[in-house]
Ligand binder design. Structure first.
Ligand code: HEM
Length: 440
């Protein structure tokens, strides 16, 4: 299936038409094929995954899991609880940061986000937390290092040519993580996990997926949870801290909306779910980070011949690719400053005011679109905004080499939309005086 012809669609209007045709131009076949190559689940599990994959004859496993995931991550009580759980762990990773300490910012972000997100979703018994005795150095727990090795090897694992031989490190990491999650699901305590994981575990059990294969599938889900999230949060911090005016304006905004103080203060803010509305500049900056740094491509498989916009015939059996970077750099959609990082681009007044540029939001696809649009988008938005608020409240970051350079990205895997940086940035921590004030 993955060796057929590929249609490349870059026009926002046509991409919209692809979204509207999600029954015939489907995302789920990629979950079935790539998912098997990514997670290495067994044949019985493959049969369960493929049964009614696109809802052909009523409900099926993939549709069921999808619906549960969307419900558990939609704005509401479950999302609030998961975000609060994430925030409750951040203090642990701030305590080592005092004036004069130097960190590699990407490495620190990867470690902190991995540990806090997985604890929020899976509870304290998750493999990342349980294996903290394997701490190798400041930034690598055993499971964290395994996830990194797995993530780095992903393209070769997807190619699926004797992976044990050609990608031994990634292959071994996948096995180790899968086995650790198998153990987790064998001793599953629903009350300790987030709604998203409870929903998936309940569907897995209902459809007869064994703990061994639940563990393997979970390694694939971790990609959804972490792979795009970590570089996106890193670039958000870099763009904010590298622009003093922006740092100061966002601090003012955070102070005005009460998102200042310790991580616990920010966690207790009653408007946590409304952060995108109450902190519009920070939200606009986050959206711009994703416009500039989401460089992957959305993929769909054509189940039936379809004619788009009464003009373009797409043949059954072919693949559609929608490169995000092309749409995100389309001058017609974004204007002449398309190649500049404009943190205020997404502010309402800039998108609708007379004489201002009204961007085509159909050209904005960091989270894909249509029926398969990323269900984690609300969670990652809150995670990022809250983590940035915690950092800005407490620390200044000074690049050790004297100036901020925004590192280029390297494509690491076919399954991600936001690639990690080519180079890390070493920064020195300066603790800010007077928590909760934007003026030093
Ligand atoms: C900046 C961070 C993230 C980005 C850029 C991102 C992007 C994407 C994209 C592009 C897709 C494919 C959608 C399509 O082609 O229409 C997707 C799917 C998905 N994402 Fe995310 N994602 C992020 C974070 C997350 C998080 C934090 C979670 C979970 C907590 C998550 C869970 C998922 C799931 C479960 C799917 C599959 C959807 C389906 O089955 O229909 N993502 N994501």
């Amino acid at each position: 299936m993955l060796n057929g012809k590929v249609y490349i669609v870059t026009s926002p209007d046509l991409v919209n038409a692809v979204n509207r045709n999600s029954k015939n131009i489907a995302f789920n076949p990629f979950i079935a094929i790539l998912g098997k190559r990514i997670t290495d689940h067994d044949e019985d599990t493959s049969q369960i995954v493929q049964h009614n994959l696109n809802g052909e004859n009523g409900p099926g496993y993939v549709m069921d899991v999808h619906d549960r995931t969307v419900a558990s991550l939609a704005p509401g009580q479950d999302l609030q609880q998961t975000t609060k759980a994430m925030l409750s762990h951040i203090s642990n990773y701030f305590n080592t940061l005092t004036t004069g300490v130097e960190i590699n910012l990407f490495e620190w972000t990867r470690y902190t986000v991995t540990m806090c997100s997985t604890r929020a979703l899976y509870g304290t018994e998750n493999p990342f937390n349980r294996n903290s005795r394997f701490v190798e150095s400041f930034c690598h727990t055993y499971a964290n290092a395994s996830f990194r090795d797995f993530d780095h090897a992903l393209n070769l694992l997807i190619a699926d040519v004797l992976p044990r031989l050609f990608v031994p490190k990634g292959y071994r990491a996948r096995m180790e993580l899968g086995a650790a999650f198998e153990q987790y699901f064998e001793n599953f305590v629903p009350a300790q996990s987030a709604a998203m994981i409870r929903g998936r575990h309940s569907a897995n059990t209902r459809y007869g997926i064994t703990p061994l294969n639940q563990g393997r599938l979970e390694v694939g889900s971790l990609l959804g949870v972490l792979a795009n999230t970590i570089p996106s949060i890193f670039y958000t911090l870099v763009h904010i801290y590298s622009d003093q005016g922006l740092t100061s304006d966002i601090r003012d905004e955070l102070e005005a909306s009460g998102f200042v103080g310790t991580p616990e203060d920010i966690r207790q803010n009653p408007n946590l779910l409304a952060m995108p509305e109450t902190c519009p500049l920070l939200y606009s900056t986050w959206q711009e980070v994703l416009r500039v740094h989401a460089l992957g491509a959305g993929s769909r498989y054509i189940l039936q011949d379809v004619t788009l916009e009464d003009t373009f015939l797409l043949r059954k059996g072919m693949v559609v690719q929608m490169p995000t970077a092309v749409m995100h750099s389309d001058v017609a959609a974004w204007g002449e400053d398309v190649n500049e990082f404009q943190p205020r681009r997404f502010l309402k007044q800039n998108s609708t005011s007379k004489g201002g540029f009204k961007q085509k939001l159909t050209a904005y696809r960091p989270f894909g679109g249509g029926a398969s649009m990323c269900p984690g988008r609300h969670f990652v938005t809150l995670e990022t905004m809250a983590l940035a608020a915690c950092m800005l409240s407490r620390f200044d970051l000074i690049p050790v080499n004297g100036q901020w350079n925004i590192p280029r990205q390297k494509q690491e895997s076919l399954a991600t939309n936001v690639f990690p940086p080519e180079k890390d940035i070493r920064v020195r921590i300066v603790t800010r005086q007077g928590l909760g004030t934007s003026k030093r």
